[in-house]
Design a binder for this molecule. Structure first.
Ligand code: ATP
Ligand SMILES: Cc1cn([C@H]2C[C@H](O)[C@@H](COP(=O)(O)O)O2)c(=O)[nH]c1=O
Length: 709
């Protein structure tokens, strides 16, 4: 619904409990510091290992493959071994798991400059990837586990902090703290890498410039282990469950078309970010930057990602989040093209930073779209979020493995433009990755667009002024469509016998109520006193000899009473009406099924209802025989009609939906209930009014979250 005074959702509402933890007890603070130090070590080890791998490589292709191989080996364990590592970590004491992971990373990273051989650098990268996989779930479980009753009361005794913050809120805050400790140090680590590489270059010489960052990373790991050792005990209160990325990817998102658009968008953004990271070392080397230039580009990327994560839910409040998501991916792809073509290191670093902002905003916008604001459980394994994480991980792995390989294979070619232009392999591979990311962004934009027909430029301009764009024709109209829309919203569920209408209508109503809407659920025939008597007459198998016309009129009479006494009063008070069957049932059953003229049925019903049509009709389709098999009660008068009757009814529903596609959501009713429910939620979200007055919108979301049943 478009309104000039309306703002769109702000998923970045204050997070309870986050600040409360700042004053929490000493073990919590100590462990949080240990995790940050370890996170810094991990992010420093990543560029340091790839810089180390480059040193012995001879020629551009070999250098590209050395960096790509290192990065791919660092990411590979997260794609292949995540659930194994999760269940392993779950079996050992969290503190011990952290100590082992930090201690072994110290040893592995320390040996890399001492051994100074490419095979060991590559093996070390894989081992560091595996150990980080043990460390990450242990860290995510350990910090919230320290939010015990004692911590809560210590925090509450200390300051303002824990007043009114229940333990679950503090745990959710602790989970966010753990994630920040693990990923937050990335920009600082990239900057530190650049500085240490410069110092090492000057002090130890070019052939040892990766040594210092590696020693520094090793020291950070041992420091983190020492700090963790000071924390006496970490209770095993938080279970560790790590989903398998590949399995999730093959199972699919469990989301509708729009949900798949989210996956495409996240994949496109991760591809763009991964591609630039994968060739940055060699690309910057060709621009005269060396390891310091590599560090500068990575700093830009990491800082940009952090900014994008923060800004994504906050910028352009009134602008459609779905449009924003598609646009951020397109922007990331276009910036990748610029980064590929520009031959100036400083410009490349800045462009990469903006690419990071776009990719970070894409991630935070996509994950906000599948997050339930009522659910503070950031560590929860909710499938759509886990799916998005898997897409990002796998796309990043493909980018870091494939882009350098393609770049190396393509080699450098001289183009005859003006003075001649060297198109090197990195440039070409980045352009290919950019085109793929652009395609993903464009398809995602089309799939996600919830403002079809509204010009993008005008929509953006209005959002920049803090308004939601209303097309002139709509703004000038004195009244919204008088017949189709009353003050509330009318949603009908239609379909053959046993298709799941009652189930889905009930789930939709629960979801809407959970988001603060005034909802009434109703059904046909038989929602009123008179209707109940009509229903008995119509469906009782003892009713024999009822003429087709009389049957049609009785259903229309039931509907007239239903509209006058239930639906219209509810719509007039602004409620959302969810009806299990409505007019289309008469058109399909009495029109197509009984072979009466559909136009006549429509005319009678238009008179009976005063022309009231649903804003949305959800049509659940399935073969009639299967639907009838789902029903347990004895078949009623209509259900016991022959198979051909039900086939005609089904074809009738389909014809009705095809004649007015904008008003229908057609779904395959044999799919799992939860999937159907989520698709229905996505579609309903597009036609909802704001649940609370515009002035108070910052307090809650106007963009009901899609939830699992
Ligand atoms: N997606 C689904 N997958 C499997 N079973 C389902 C699904 N949806 C509903 N069911 C089951 O099918 C049966 C019929 O469901 P429901 O009553 O919701 O269908 P209906 O379309 O309202 O039926 P009717 O035509 O009788 O009104 C119930 O047992 C329900 O639990
Ligand atoms: C509204 C309406 C319904 N019917 C038929 C369709 C079903 O067989 C029954 C209703 O049963 P349900 O279990 O409550 O779905 O009535 C119809 O023929 N025409 C109509 O307009």
């Amino acid at each position: 619904m478009t309104r000039t005074d309306a703002t769109r959702p702000h998923p970045a509402a204050p997070q309870p409990g986050a600040s409360s933890l700042s004053a929490a007890a000493a073990p919590f603070r100590r462990l949080r510091t240990a995790l940050s130090v370890s996170g810094l070590g991990q992010w420093l080890a990543v560029p340091a290992l790839s810089a180390m791998a480059v040193l012995p490589a001879d020629g551009t292709a070999a250098r590209l493959q050395a960096v790509g191989g290192t990065l791919a080996l660092l990411v590979l364990p997260a794609v292949l071994l995540a659930p194994l590592a999760g269940s392993l970590t779950d079996r050992v004491d969290r503190r011990l798991a952290l100590l082992i992971a930090d201690g072994l990373r110290f040893v592995v990273v320390l040996t890399v400059p001492l051994v100074d051989a490419l095979p060991w650098t590559l093996a070390a990268s894989f081992l560091v990837g595996c150990l980080s996989l043990l460390w990450l779930p242990a860290a995510a479980a350990a910090l919230p586990a320290l939010v015990s009753d004692a911590t809560v009361s210590a925090a509450a005794g200390g300051e303002v902090v824990a007043r009114g913050a229940p333990e679950t809120d503090l745990r959710a805050g602790a989970r966010r703290s753990a994630a920040r400790a693990a990923f937050g140090p990335a920009p600082v680590a990239a900057l530190a890498f650049a500085l240490l590489a410069l110092i090492a270059n000057a002090a130890l010489g070019a052939s040892h410039r990766a040594d210092l960052p590696l020693y520094a990373a090793a020291v950070l790991f041992v420091a983190a282990a020492a700090l963790t050792a000071l924390v006496k005990e970490v209770p095993a209160t938080e279970p560790i469950v790590v989903p398998a990325p590949l399995k999730l990817l093959f199972q699919g998102p469990g989301l509708d078309r729009a949900g798949q658009g989210l996956g495409l968008a996240v994949g496109g953004a991760a591809l763009a970010a991964g591609a630039i990271a994968a060739v940055a070392r060699v690309h910057t080397g060709e621009l005269g930057g060396g390891d310091a230039g590599y560090g500068a580009v990575l700093t830009g990327l990491a800082a940009g990602l952090a900014c994008g994560l923060f800004l994504g839910p906050r910028v352009l409040g009134p602008f459609s989040r779905r449009r924003l998501l598609g646009l951020t991916v397109i922007a990331a792809a276009l910036l990748l093209i610029v980064a590929a073509l520009v031959r100036n290191l400083v410009v490349v670093a800045f462009v990469t930073a903006f690419l990071g902002v776009a990719a970070g905003a894409a991630w935070s916008t996509a994950s906000a779209a599948v997050r339930d604001p009522d659910d503070d459980d950031e560590a929860g394994g909710e499938r759509p979020r886990a799916f998005l994480r898997s897409v990002a991980l796998v796309a990043a792995l493909v980018a870091v493995a494939a882009v350098p390989a393609v770049a190396g294979a393509l080699g450098t070619h001289r183009l005859d433009v003006g003075d001649g232009y060297d198109l090197d392999g990195s440039m070409a591979a980045l352009l290919i990755a950019a085109v793929l990311a652009l395609a993903a962004g464009a398809v995602a934009y089309r799939r996600l667009d919830d403002r079809r027909g509204i010009p993008l430029a005008a929509d953006l301009q209005a959002a920049l002024r803090g308004e939601v764009y209303v097309p002139p024709a709509q703004a000038a109209a004195p009244e919204p469509e008088p017949v189709r829309r009353e003050r509330g919203v009318f949603i009908a569920f239609e379909g053959g016998e046993g298709a799941g209408k009652t189930t889905q209508a009930r789930l939709a109503a629960i979801w809407l109520r959970d988001h603060g809407y005034d909802v009434i659920t109703t059904h046909e025939p038989g929602a009123t006193k008179i209707g109940m008597r009509l229903r008995a007459m119509l469906l009782d198998r003892d009713t024999t000899g009822l003429s087709d016309r009389a049957e049609s009129l009785l259903y229309a009479a039931d509907r007239a009473d239903h509209v006058a006494n239930v639906i219209r009063p509810a719509l007039e008070r602004g409620a959302i009406v969810v009806s299990d069957r409505y007019l289309d049932s008469s058109l399909a059953y009495q029109g197509y099924g009984r072979r009466q003229p559909v136009d006549d049925i429509a005319r009678v019903n238009a008179w009976a209802t005063g022309g009231l049509l649903p804003d949305l009709t959800v049509l659940l389709e399935m073969p009639p025989a299967e639907g009838l098999r789902r029903l347990s009660a004895p078949a009623d008068r209509i259900e016991s009609e022959p198979q051909e009757f039900h086939e005609r009814v089904q074809a009738g529903f389909r014809a009705l939906a095809e004649a007015d596609p904008d008003r229908y959501l057609v779904l395959d009713a044999s799919r799992p209930q939860a999937e159907l429910s989520r698709e229905i939620q996505y579609r309903i979200r597009e036609i909802l009014p704001d649940p609370i007055p515009a002035g108070t919108e910052d307090a809650t979301s106007t963009f009901p979250a899609i939830t699992d049943v």
